[in-house]
Ligand binder design. Structure first.
Ligand code: GLY
Ligand code: MN
Ligand code: MN
Length: 446
């Protein structure tokens, strides 16, 4: 059995303290867990915890509420969890519950009550505070619940009770904390990258003309789950031929044809953390001359961008480097036509490189965190050590593009790695998913 590192409880405890340190005086933050989502009738999708809630707790049950309190200095209760109570009948049917006693012991909350005790136990904690902090971007239902609690407290105003008058969105604080990864988080992200890289390698080895895209998807899921990443971090994209030119293709139900490329964008999730890897390779194991030309262009552009990653670098600058390189390359191939200087100024490659170069990665695949330097233009935020991002250039030439020579049509290539910014440069976390033409063809030959 493969045993993976999980984050130590002390790390979640420390995060709560770091968060509280950024709360205003005399305030309370209310963060809700995720809810189970019905798939159909009485079956649910696999439960996915709210990532902000998970980040602060490590607690994986639905419906819970975390209250973080910044009161006067003497107050000893700073974190209170409200969670489902133990229920032997429910647990026989649906699975074990942590319960309140264990939540305190194992997860190190200062106190824990059942959800049935919310009105009795939570309203006194809110009463008298100046501000309530909530995550306003998610869960309208919970926001409404908080407003209802405030209204409830205001009903007692004549007795001298004061309800908070300020509602603050604390997403920004959490987004910023999550953007900077700790060593323990990075260990998990390295592991999930290795599992996901192995899945890509397995997919290459299992791909054969005549198989269906979903069969290759099954190979990916098998490799994720067998190695402890039970679920994919997002729906796997397994796109043969022209399907690669649909960016978020997830139908995965077509046959793989001899002579086509296969684009796979897939990553597992481990202890909540995502990998996000894309590889593109020939169904029959051998790149055609046109496929290898486009592939090598994309790969060279990716290597250029990765090599430029270091503290102080920006995503805007990496985009500029890649865009210039791809525009020149596509011009040399006759795919972009006209005056090169004009094409460069127009960023003409964007006709074929139709998405961004990368994004933050962490608990979410498109992770939280601001991309902009304050008051400056797009994506000018300077990198610092501990940030993790994807670098994923692509060239997409759909069959329907009659402006290019027929030989290029139906080629869609994306190559995506996960990169950590280090003190001196970068570390590529995607170490075992074959990427050069020679490595891919060698892996597929076995
Ligand atoms: N897998 C989604 C993305 O690459 O952004
Ligand atoms: Mn990505
Ligand atoms: Mn991806």
């Amino acid at each position: 059995m493969i045993k993976h590192t999980l984050l130590p409880v002390a790390e979640f405890y420390q995060r709560r303290n770091d968060f509280i340190a950024q709360m205003p005086e005399n305030s309370i933050a209310l963060i809700s867990a995720g809810k189970e989502v019905t798939r159909s009738n009485d079956t649910e999708y696999p439960f996915c915890q709210s990532k902000h809630f998970y980040y602060l707790t490590g607690f994986n049950e639905p419906d819970a509420i975390l209250a973080l309190i910044k009161g006067d200095k003497s107050a000893s209760v700073r974190s209170v969890l409200f969670s489902r109570e133990k229920d032997s009948l429910q647990e026989v049917w649906h699975g074990r519950r942590v319960g309140q006693k264990q939540a305190i012991e194992v997860y190190k909350f200062d106190n824990c009550f059942s959800l049935a005790e919310v009105n009795e136990q939570l309203l006194p904690l809110i009463t008298g505070k100046t501000a309530v902090l909530i995550c306003q971007h998610e869960q309208n239902e919970f926001q409404q619940q908080v407003l209802n609690w405030l209204a409830e407290i205001r009903k007692a105003a004549r007795t001298g009770v004061k309800a908070p008058t300020t509602l603050i969105d604390c997403s920004g604080i959490l987004n910023e904390m999550r953007l900077h990864k700790s060593n323990a988080e990075l260990d998990i992200m390295r592991q999930v990258n290795i599992i996901s890289g192995a899945a890509h390698q397995r997919a290459m080895q299992q791909t054969k003309t005549g198989k269906f895209e979903y069969q290759i998807e099954a190979e990916l899921l098998h490799e994720f789950a067998t190695n402890g990443a039970r679920y994919p971090a997002y729906s796997s994209i397994v796109a043969g031929g022209d399907n690669a030119n649909i960016l978020h293709y997830t139908d995965n139900d077509e046959v793989l044809n001899n002579g086509d490329l296969l684009l796979i964008d897939a990553g597992g999730e481990l202890a909540g953390y995502a990998a996000d890897i894309t590889r593109t390779f020939p169904v029959n194991g051998k790149f055609s001359p046109e496929q290898s030309t486009i592939y090598q262009l994309v790969l060279d552009s990716q290597n250029l961008a990765i090599a430029a990653i270091k503290p102080g670098q920006t995503l805007a600058e990496l985009n500029r480097i890649v865009c210039n390189f791809l525009t020149e390359g596509l011009y040399d191939l006759g795919i972009l036509k006209g005056n090169l200087t004009v094409l460069l100024a127009q960023r003409a490659c964007k006709k074929y490189f139709i998405h961004g170069l990368g994004h933050w990665l962490g608990l979410d695949v498109h992770d939280v965190g601001d991309y902009h330097a304050s008051s400056k233009r797009e994506q000018l935020r300077a990198f610092v050590a501990g940030m993790v991002m994807t670098i994923e250039p692509g060239i997409y030439i759909p069959n329907s593009d009659k402006s290019v020579d027929e030989k290029w049509r139906g080629i869609g290539v994306r190559i995506e790695d996960n990169i950590l910014v280090t003190a001196t440069g970068f570390e590529n976390l995607t170490v075992n998913a074959p990427k050069t033409i020679a490595d891919i063809e060698a892996v597929m030959a076995h």
